[in-house]
Design a protein around this ligand. Structure first.
Ligand code: AMP
Ligand code: GLY
Length: 420
């Protein structure tokens, strides 16, 4: 079959790498793709936010199955447009993508199905929001309602920070995303993520992970899209995952179906875990980046079978053959990220590194210029490895990172410190 992967990050390179290994994949197209994806697929430029252009590309390439990587095109309804045109698509409808595109919506779903989460209130007016925050006191969490590229959340440890955060949001710091705010009780505990496929009715868990959101070692510095991840997450024990599935995930999926907006795709649930009890922090409606890199490395060619089963609504007949393995992904980013950084800097040493079922360098913001590999983004490479223990995978990953020569890049040296 002809398969499209929409996106250009490390997440999409990992999806492409796994899908390509499956004999069902005859022709792989990535749009727009990156230098790593270009080695295994045809990359075609497209504006991922232009649904008609994506549909045209699918028709021109006779695409049988489209896999959507990121949240913005999903919130923009690309899956609805492709499905309406008869193209099998992995990813939720615009209506179901509200689980990520509106934090207030997710809270309503939790209320409707009694899923454990932080207590909250919603506001559209600054003074009322400030009065509420002052009455509640700190620590407290302020969230812009809509998509804000992971930047719309302020975990305020004192009252002034909370009030300043509200000023910023109502001043339009997050644009439309801040037209409504959700103010939440601060939850204490350890965070982990769970990835669950849903075909609208049936669910299939495909792995737990933890990531490091802060730019610098010791989980310090500004928030980023993620500087590294590992799977599985030790804190997600069998007992915790069971509670997460029965108390939170399945009831949410059932509630979405009951409303006539079934969720089809991957639900990326973030939990805060304390004393063995998970509470929902947030839902995302796509794979995490770099969490996806670790999960694809563990699934390998099976990934295509399970994504297809999800899109074809037959997850109830599907199983995963798990190995007792561990994967880790280390992000190499441009110095300055998540702020401004230099572009078109040269990276050396990548093409001599191993590239097999246990060791991969997934590309994010890269391009080639003749024989040269150039960095053109903030997060640029994801060195991803798999082993029989976390320690083994991690040691190998850092040994690979050490062979990459990129003066203008940096990485964290403590990925997975909790798991060690
Ligand atoms: P979100 O985008 O909702 O995942 O929020 C970003 C980050 O803020 C989360 O990964 C948590 O570290 C933190 N956070 C969000 N909500 C809460 C909460 N209610 N209590 C404590 N931390 C939170
Ligand atoms: N790594 C976090 C995310 O993809 O949202």
């Amino acid at each position: 079959m002809n398969i499209l992967i929409l996106g250009s990050g490390g997440r999409e390179h990992a999806l492409a790498w796994a899908v390509k290994q499956n004999p069902k994949c005859d022709h792989l197209v990535c749009a727009p793709g990156n230098a790593g994806m270009a080695e295994i697929a045809d990359c075609i430029a497209v504006d991922v936010m232009d649904n008609d252009a994506v549909l045209k590309l699918c028709r021109a390439q006779a695409i049988d199955f489209a896999i959507i990587g990121a949240e913005n095109p999903l919130a923009n309804g690309v899956a609805d447009v492709l499905r309406a045109a008869g193209i099998l698509t992995f990813g939720p409808s615009k209506a179901a993508a509200e689980l990520e595109s509106s934090k207030a919506f997710t809270k309503q779903i939790c209320d409707a199905c009694n899923a454990p989460t932080a207590a909250y209130a919603r506001f559209t007016e600054l003074n009322a929001a400030k009065a509420y925050v002052t009455a509640q006191g700190a620590p407290i969490v302020i969230k812009a309602d809509g998509l804000a590229a992971g930047k719309g959340v302020i975990v305020a440890m004192d009252l002034q920070q909370a009030l300043d955060g509200l000023d910023d949001i109502f001043d339009g710091a997050f644009g439309y995303a801040g037209a409504q705010v959700v103010i939440e009780e601060f939850m204490d505990g350890e965070e982990a993520s769970y990835f669950i496929l849903s075909d609208g009715k049936n669910i299939l868990p495909i792995g737990t992970a933890q990531d490091h959101k802060r730019a610098y070692e010791g989980d310090k510095g500004p928030n980023t899209g993620g500087m590294g991840a590992y799977s599985p997450a030790p804190i997600m024990t069998d007992a915790v995952t069971q509670k997460a599935l029965t108390q939170i995930i399945q009831p949410s999926i059932d509630e979405m179906a009951r409303r006539g907006t079934p969720f089809q795709g991957v639900l990326f649930a973030g939990f805060m875990i304390k004393d063995g009890q998970p509470r929902l922090v947030e839902y995302n409606v796509r794979f995490g980046d770099p969490e996806c890199q670790t999960i694809m490395m563990r699934l390998g060619a099976q990934a295509l079978d399970v994504l297809l089963a999800c899109a074809e609504q037959r997850l109830n007949e599907t199983q995963i053959n798990w190995a007792d393995d561990h994967a880790v992904s280390i992000v190499l980013a441009a110095k300055g990220y998540p702020g401004s950084y230099e572009k078109d800097t040269e990276i050396k040493g990548v093409n001599t590194l191993p590239s097999d079922s246990k060791n991969m360098v997934f590309h994010a913001g890269t391009k080639t210029d003749g024989d040269k590999l150039l960095a053109i983004g903030g997060r640029v490479l994801n060195v991803t490895t798999r082993g029989s223990s976390f320690q083994e995978a991690r040691t190998r990953a850092y040994a690979m990172v050490d062979q990459i020569e990129w003066e203008q890049g940096f990485h964290r040296k403590d990925i997975g410190w909790r798991a060690l």
